[in-house]
Design a protein around this ligand. Structure first.
Ligand code: ZN
Length: 343
C-alpha cells in the first residue's frame, strides 16, 4: 500500500473513510521533505472538532508508542470507527530516523520543549522541530478533543509504567481524565497540574491541555528498548479511550494493575537534582514504596574516590516514580522523583 505524500494543507480530516498519509514538511538542507506518517479514519458519527489522536515518538528514541500505534494501523477496522481517530506513529521523524531524543541531525531541538508561541510561524523558530508543532496545531488540534502522547524514558530515566493526566478543577472532567489514564493498566497513575509532570514547560501535553483537550501522557519503558508491558499498555489505553469516548465501536476489559486493583494514584512529587556530575547507584527499584528521608540512591564522584557519595533522599512518603537510567549523570539532571500516594 502506497501512502499519499502531500503537504499539510492537503490533509483531509473531515471526509468519511480512511486515509493514510505521509505529510511532507520541507527539509532545510536536502532537496526534499521530512515525511510524517498520519492516518485518519472518520466514521459516520464524527462531530466537528472532536476526535482522538495518539502520538508516538515525540522523542525519537522511545519505542513502545510507535510500535503500538503501528500495530493499531492494522488492527482498527474502518467500519468500527464511529467518530474520528488520528494515528501518528512517529511524530518527530527527524529524531526517530537517527534514534535520538532530539532532532539531533537537524535543528537539535527537543520536540517536547518547543510548544511555544510562534513555533513554526516566526523566522527564528522555523526549523523542523518547531514546524512539527505548527503542523499539529493547524492540521490536528482543530479536529480532536483527546490527545494521547506515548512516551518512555529513552536514555534519560527509568520509571514504573505510568499514565499521567492533567488534573482539572471540574470534578467530572477530572474523573473522566483519571479514568482514561487508569484504563492503560499501568501500575502508577498521576494527576498533574501545569507546568508538566516534572516542572517541564513547552510540552505537547500542556499545549493540548491549554486548548481544553483531555490530555494523557505516559512513560511506558526505558533504555531505548521495546518493553512488553509498555506496548500492551499503549494499545490498551488508546483503544479504551477511543471506545469510551464513542470514537470506536466495541468493548474492552481492564488489564493488569487496573483489573486487579493494584493501581496507585499519586500526586505531589519531590525530586532530587544532581549537584555535580557523577554516577548514580539506585538502592531501590522504581515502584518501591519509601518513606520521607529514605536514601533511595547514591551519587558517586569517582574523582573524589575516598569521599562519601551524595545521598539522594526521598522528599515525601510515597512511590519511587523515576530515577536516572544511565549510570552517568550530568550536573543539574533530575535523578530521583518520589511521589505521594493519593490513595
Ligand atoms: Zn519522551
Amino acid at each position: 500500500m502506497a501512502r499519499d505524500i502531500l503537504s499539510p494543507n492537503q490533509v483531509d480530516m473531515e471526509s468519511p473513510g480512511r486515509r493514510d498519509y505521509w505529510v511532507a514538511l520541507g527539509h532545510t538542507s536536502v532537496w526534499g521533505s521530512h515525511l510524517i506518517p498520519l492516518t485518519v479514519i472518520v466514521g459516520p458519527q464524527a462531530k466537528a472538532g472532536e476526535g482522538l489522536v495518539a502520538f508516538g515518538a515525540n522523542h525519537g528514541n522511545e519505542y513502545e508508542g510507535p510500535v503500538a500505534i503501528k500495530n493499531l494501523l492494522r488492527e482498527i477496522r474502518t467500519e468500527d470507527v464511529l467518530g474520528r481517530i488520528v494515528l501518528v506513529p512517529v511524530l518527530n521523524v527527524s529524531a526517530f530516523r537517527v534514534g535520538t531524543r532530539e532532532s539531533t541531525v537537524d535543528d537539535g531541538y527537543n520536540l517536547n520543549r518547543v510548544w511555544v508561541d510562534g513555533a513554526g510561524t516566526t523566522p527564528a523558530l522555523a526549523g523542523i522541530t518547531h514546524r512539527i508543532v505548527e503542523f499539529v496545531r493547524t492540521v490536528i488540534w482543530p479536529h480532536v478533543h483527546i490527545s494521547i502522547d506515548l512516551h518512555s524514558g529513552g536514555e534519560v530515566a527509568r520509571f514504573p509504567h505510568w499514565a499521567v493526566y492533567m488534573a482539572h478543577d471540574n470534578a467530572e472532567k477530572n474523573e473522566r481524565r483519571q479514568q482514561m489514564a487508569r484504563w492503560f493498566g499501568c501500575s502508577v497513575i498521576m494527576g498533574s497540574s501545569s507546568p508538566g509532570p516534572s516542572g517541564i514547560n513547552g510540552a505537547l501535553f500542556q499545549d493540548a491541555d491549554n486548548l481544553g483537550k483531555d490530555a494523557i501522557a505516559t512513560e511506558l519503558g526505558h533504555g531505548s528498548s521495546t518493553d512488553v508491558r509498555g506496548v500492551r499498555y499503549a494499545r490498551q489505553g488508546v483503544l479504551a479511550a477511543a471506545i469510551h469516548n464513542e470514537q470506536l465501536r466495541g468493548s474492552i476489559e481492564p488489564i493488569d494493575h487496573h483489573a486487579d486493583g493494584t493501581q496507585c494514584l499519586v500526586g505531589n512529587s519531590a525530586s532530587v537534582t544532581a549537584p555535580y556530575p557523577g554516577h548514580y547507584e539506585p538502592l531501590f527499584d522504581c515502584g518501591a514504596v519509601v518513606s520521607k528521608g529514605t536514601t533511595v540512591g547514591l551519587l558517586h564522584d569517582f574523582y573524589r574516590m575516598d569521599e562519601d557519595p551524595y545521598e539522594c533522599v526521598a522528599g515525601v512518603d510515597g512511590i519511587v516514580i523515576s530515577q536516572a537510567w544511565g549510570a552517568r549523570v550530568d550536573q543539574g539532571q533530575t535523578i530521583l522523583m518520589v511521589a505521594e500516594k493519593v490513595e
